[in-house]
Design a protein around this ligand. Structure first.
Ligand code: ATP
Ligand code: MG
Length: 289
């Protein structure tokens, strides 16, 4: 555990013993995905999950990437892993029990394991291979949110995440090739929506690693906003060394250095996401009525 004094004060305001949520409900499910590597998916998943915990939510972060960066970034030692996201896919592991506590109050992680690198091949012949995650996650659980950190690929693991979740957050690095491959991603999301998961939506596009000293960042950001309009979050994540240092300490940047511009941006993002959530919920209720 992080020493209490090193936890930002907001966490100390959480109700006592509020770890997993006391009431069971079907959680809101979000995937963080982009088949492009190194665009900030894991950094976003970890820090968004932490920021949601700071406002009292209980969150399960599922590391669905065989690289296991979300697990190590949250200080999970490989040797300490009992249940993993592989067990969720293949062994009917119960996500309520399999989530392990992290140093962040309210944040649980379902780590990745080496077995996950073979999962793609195992899934090909598995029964109901696209629905594996959906069937285990769409049940009453002690979490308000489940966030899935996807691998940098549109493989069957990512497909499982898209079939399971309500909405996808797409981080885009502010660099020249940012939009490359994006139509493939949006078409895949559309296809999953048509075929398996009619309520699936893009929650938002997140501009990451924005460097205000570099004109290219501003140009890319303009292009992305022209292309995606309102879908792009107003919050932009700056390039910030604290965000890249934090994982080596097994801590989210929000805890490692809460005052850093990177941590600040992710807190702002969580606020924007929660406001957008209200709109999504209202739209869904209207659809059901
Ligand atoms: P992969 O596709 O390999 O899973 P990813 O999309 O999950 O990568 P991250 O691991 O979050 O991307 O980030 C890639 C690298 O960039 C990491 O070393 C991370 O610490 C660093 N990084 C991410 N966001 C920022 C940022 N805003 N400023 C500086 N460094 C960042
Ligand atoms: Mg990653």
């Amino acid at each position: 555990m992080v020493k209490k004094s090193t936890l930002p004060k907001v966490f100390l305001r959480r109700p006592k013993n509020k770890g997993k949520s006391a009431t069971l409900k079907i959680p809101r499910l979000l995937a963080v995905a982009n088949q492009k590597g190194g665009v900030g998916k894991t950094t976003t998943a970890i820090n968004l999950a932490t920021a949601l915990c700071a406002v009292g939510k209980s969150v399960l972060l599922i590391d669905l990437d065989p690289q296991g960066n979300a697990s190590t970034g949250l200080g999970v030692r490989r040797s300490a892993i009992r249940k993993s996201s592989y067990d969720l896919l293949f062994e009917n592991a119960n996500p309520a029990e399999a989530g392990v506590a992290t140093k962040v109050p309210g944040l649980y992680v379902l780590p990745s394991s080496i077995h996950l690198s073979g999962a793609e091949i195992e899934l090909v012949t598995a029964e109901r291979r696209e629905f594996r995650l959906r069937e285990t996650l769409r049940q009453p659980l002690p979490y308000d949110y489940v966030i899935i950190d996807c691998p940098p690929s549109l493989n069957l693991l990512t497909l499982n995440a898209f079939v399971a979740v309500d909405s996808v957050i797409v981080p885009l690095q502010c660099e020249f090739y940012a939009l490359e491959g994006l139509s493939h991603l949006t078409k895949t999301i559309e296809r999953v929506k048509r075929t398996y998961n009619p309520n699936l939506s893009i929650h938002g596009v997140l501009l990451t690693m924005y460097d205000r000293r570099n004109n290219l960042s501003a140009m890319v950001a303009d292009d992305v906003r022209k292309y995606f309009g309102e879908t792009v979050y107003k919050t932009v994540i700056p390039r910030n060394v604290r965000l890249s240092e934090a994982p080596s300490f097994g801590l989210p940047a929000i805890i490692y250095d809460m005052k850093s511009p990177g941590a600040h941006a992710y807190i702002q993002l969580a606020g924007e996401i929660l406001r957008r959530e209200k709109k999504f919920m209202a739209a869904n209720t209207q659809q059901v009525a």
